[in-house]
Design a protein around this ligand. Structure first.
Ligand SMILES: Nc1nc2c(ncn2[C@@H]2O[C@H](COP(=O)(O)OP(=O)(O)OP(=O)(O)O)[C@@H](O)[C@H]2O)c(=O)[nH]1
Ligand SMILES: [Mg+2]
Length: 249
């Protein structure tokens, strides 16, 4: 069962209504050639309008493979995964973004359902690793606890029983990035939970769909749980101050 949430924001929803929304699949990569080789051939390209690899200066053949596969490659403009996605996505024209980690953590089989939900008119669709019977094979005790804690902390902001606030695998309206407050609160690796938080603050219409997270394929993780967790906590505190005390700090 999926969890349906929050009120639609009528004005924004109407802008997209009436035309077929365009969707871009964003594949962030940093030395992820094995993951790309294992996932890209299985992506149904008819589901989306474009695929863009956002690369953070890989030197393992990632970029060469992406070109061979006929993908567009963009070099990120600032260091860090969050800014890589944010900067490139802001320069695009598509109505929706889907973030897809091509390291094996995102199942291509889930894309049709995700795309269908966006086309139904949801402003954000998150693949939740903790909804219903979904499982994450990639979790450790620490990352599992962090996900649990941040999802609970996000609930008073998002007004729905968020079960997965950190997952990269999600689709959402690209114009969420054009909101000046988004950049104001984007300090470090907090992009995905901030998208959830901004949907809550702006009353956008969001839904979670259950989806397993397989183990990563080759390569190495590039994230630091302590650093990411600390900045995420700071971001949530700032959103609480905004929502409950009206303070923009
Ligand atoms: N462009 C870009 N991509 C990055 C950067 N850091 C990580 N990535 C890619 O973003 C995706 C997700 O990064 P991961 O390090 O796997 O993060 P994670 O999925 O939270 O960690 P794991 O659980 O180990 O998979 C992968 O495809 C990475 O190659 C970066 O600084 N720039
Ligand atoms: Mg990963």
């Amino acid at each position: 069962m999926s969890v349906e949430v929050s009120e639609p924001q009528a004005k924004l929803a109407q802008e997209i209504k009436g035309k077929r929304p365009s969707i871009v699949l964003l594949l962030p990569t940093y030395n992820e050639v094995q993951g790309l080789e294992a996932t890209v051939p299985f992506i149904d390209r008819t589901l989306i309008d474009d695929i863009i690899v956002i690369d953070g200066r890989s030197n393992d053949g990632t970029v060469e493979y992406a070109f061979e596969a006929g993908l567009t490659v963009a070099s990120q403009l600032r260091p860090g995964l969050a800014f890589g996605i944010f900067d490139i996505a802001r320069s695009l024209t598509h109505d929706y973004i889907i973030e897809f980690s091509p390291d094996g953590n995102c199942r291509v089989e889930q894309l049709p359902e995700l795309v269908a939900k966006l086309r139904e008119g949801y402003d954000m669709v998150v693949v939740s690793r903790y909804l219903d019977n979904a499982v994450s094979e990639d979790d450790t005790v620490v990352s599992g606890c962090g996900n649990w804690m941040f999802s609970r902390l996000m609930r008073p902001l998002a007004k729905f029983p968020v079960t997965d606030t950190l997952n990269i695998y999600r689709g959402y309206r690209r114009d969420i990035f054009l909101d000046p407050d988004f950049e104001f609160y984007l300090k470090g690796p907090v992009l995905e939970p901030l998208v959830t938080g901004m949907c809550g603050l702006r009353g956008l219409r969001a839904i979670e769909i259950p989806g397993d997270e397989p183990l990563r394929i080759g390569g190495e993780t590039k994230r630091s749980i302590v650093y990411n967790g600390s900045l995420c906590l700071l971001m949530v505190v700032r959103l609480y101050l905004r929502k409950f005390l009206g303070l923009r700090l």
